[in-house]
Each structure stands twice: as C-alpha cells, then as structure tokens.
Design a binder for this molecule. Sequence first.
Ligand code: ATP
Length: 444
Amino acid sequence: MSLETTEPEHAFSGDRFDAIVNLCKRRGFVFPSAEIYGGIRSTYDYGPLGALMLRNVKEAWWRSMVQQRDDVVPLDAAILTNPKVWEASGHLATFTDPLVDCRNCKERWRADQIEGVCPNCGSADLTEARPFNLMFKTFVGPLEEDASVAYLRPETAQGMFVNFANVLTTMRKKPPFGIAQIGRSFRNEITPGNFVFRTREFEQMEMEFFVPPPDAPRWHEYWCQERFSWYQRYGISPELLRLRVHDAEELSHYSAATSDVEFAFPWGWGELEGIANRTDFDLNAHARHSGVRIEYFDQASGERYVPYVIEPAAGATRTMMAFLLAAYDEDEVGGDRRVVLRLHPRLAPYQVAILPLSKKEHLSGLAREVLAMCRERYMCDFDDTQSIGRRYRRQDEIGTPLCVTVDFDSLEDQAVTLRERDSTQQIRIPISALVEELTRRIGA
Ligand code: ATP
C-alpha cells in the first residue's frame, strides 16, 4: 500500500474513533485478546455483540455474492495446505513488505508507511529497507524440519484456484462463473494497528470470477460498481467511500488492473476491498508448477482456454469497523443525550429487543411468548432490568433497530409497543401482527 496523501473531505475525528473503540470494549463487541494475561499486541477477540455483528457482515456479503446469484458457488478450503501452492502463487518469493529498523530506538517499520523518520523517536537513522515475508511459517507433524514446513494462508484466494478444475467438473459450470469463500487469513504484519483495521489474523471475503479473457475488462468494471454499491446498500453514505484506481507502479505482480474501495477512516482513506483483474496468472502458475492442465474446454464449440480472473477481495473485520464508524451518532431525545448506532438492521447484533415493563411473572410470561415468536426469525435480546428509558438507550447504543415493549395493557389488549431506533417513534400493534410488521421493516 502506498502512502495516501489526499485527505478525505468528510473524515471522522479521532474522537469518533476513540468513542467506537471504547464502545466496542464496554458493550462487548471487541476485547483485547487474552486480556487477563496482558493481551498480545494488536490481537482481538470478538465479544458476544461483535461475534453477532461480524457474522451479519459475512452473511450480508454471502447473500449478495452467493445466495442471490446463479453464477457463483461457494467453497471452504483448508488454511494449512501444500507449500507448493505458495511457491506457485508467488507468495514465497514476493509477498513481502519493505522493512526498516530504527538504529536509535530499535523499532521496526514498513518503509512505505513512514516518511524517512522513525514515528516513535523521530530519528532519521534508519537501516536500508529489506524485504520481509509476511507469511507465518509452521511445521506439520512432529518433526521440525524443512520437509515439514507449511504456511498459514495469507489470503483465501489460492484455495479457489487450486480447486478450479474440481469445481468446474462437479458443478457443471462454464465461464463466466465465480467461486466464493469466507475465512481466516494470516499475515505477519510489521506494523499492525488502528484497532482491528490491520491485525495479523483477520477474516476475508473473497470471490474469484472466471471469465473468457476478452471479457475481463468489462467484468472488472461490473464488479467494481457492484461492490462499491454494496457498502452503500448496507448504510455507508457515498461521501465516506471512494473507488481508487491503482497506478502502474502500485499494481501487484499478478494484476492487470486493480481498484480499491476505500473508506474515510479518521487517519485518511483506507482500503476495505481490492477488485483486481488477476488475468490468467494464477491458473497458469498452478498448471506450470503442478504439471496438471488447468483450463476450460467448451464441448459445444471445441474451444479451449485459460480463463481470466476478476477478484473482489474484502476484509470482514476491517469492514465491520467501517460500518461501526459510519453508524455512530449522538443526538438528543426528550432532553437526554444518547449514543445511537444507526446500523443497517441486517448488520445490527440484535434486530429486536423484547422489553417487559416489569419483571412480574404474568407479564414476563407474555413477554417470553413474544420473544419465542420473534426469535424464530430474528436475533433477539431480552431485557427486563432497569427503567424503560435506560433500556431504550442501551439498545440504541448497540444499534438494535426495533424494541418491543410488553406492558400491563398488553395483558388486556394483546398488543405491544413497537419503538423504532432512529426516529424513536412508537406505535401500538397487535401481537398477532407483530412478526409481519418486523418483517416489513427488517426484511425476511
Ligand atoms: P493493505 O494494503 O491494507 O495491506 P492489501 O492490499 O494487502 O491491504 P489485499 O491483499 O487486497 O489487502 O486483501 C484484501 C482485503 O483483506 C483488504 O482490502 C482488507 O480489507 C483485508 N485485509 C488485508 N490485510 C489485512 C489485515 N492485516 N488486517 C485486516 N484486514 C486485512
């Protein structure tokens, strides 16, 4: 990644970032990993609400990339695989960042992310940059010897390339078609940081779309537009996003064209997703290294070719953070300040909170019945402690779009109060019509 100098016009302040980091910890979205042991630098665990939201981000991606298309099939490949994969892909030779040491304070930096002076101590006495391979190395089996070296995958993409022929034959697909995968990737980043923006273990959502070579530029454009609009469909406003075309020097070794979807992070524009035209680089490389023919044969026309690949590669964890930053808001309701996460209902940890006005048994019985109905379809929270105003504010702060209040009248009229997060508007609705109304507002 090159140093980005253009500042976004609508960048959030550092205060917004601090507020999000604080909220994530306080409300159980993200915890420092192994905190009781003092943590481990830039490694995080996703708490109950973070686990729910991260899952929703992945679900949203999966829905639009797999479920709602008939030209993309899923895959779930192994994290540890034959090291020849990484030799063929070029990762062993070239998946490096330029590393420099500060001779004064001994900190290490990525040369392309600093401006000739150590950000820690200000010294300009830095070593020459040398390539540092980002792959984590380990050993498979009991012997720690060269023959048992393996790597944790630094991207999920290669799983799709090495399975191309398997998928082609088992699924009877023909280009244009894609293979999609969500999973963990690992990179021994020199300078992880900015909360979950850059971590050494993270989750990716990647799709390899195989096309006839002459159609690659058109499909590249298609996927750039499709992916750019996805972030907006899930609630990020357009002025916080841009699509940036890589110039020739920035392109990866495998790419003919790449555009990044970038978000206006508090420290400047940062990548959420790269959409690359990887040409036939990967399939050819695997064919060469494995000695196995990898190509598409069209039985109708007798044509044989190696498809080009268009790859939209997104980070789930980084994207979740962008959704949180974009959703964070503070406003005033009835004279009270509140924090509200204006998350898309599909991304919010809970879609619905069921709030019985009192803990009294006959009321909680009815509230539990309402809960049982709603959780058939939606992730629900149930909270019967403290004043109703405080409970609404708790739900606003974690982004729950709808609250259902069960009160003493409910026992008489079999109706509940439905409160909407953003407007705070409340309507009375019969319990028999509740799920239908939730579906109308949230989706099925
Ligand atoms: P960067 O330039 O930020 O290092 P990259 O260009 O190397 O990222 P890709 O290889 O294109 O990233 O990976 C696709 C996506 O995976 C990125 O857009 C990002 O969302 C996510 N990603 C990559 N590295 C990390 C990381 N260390 N932590 C969290 N997410 C990451």
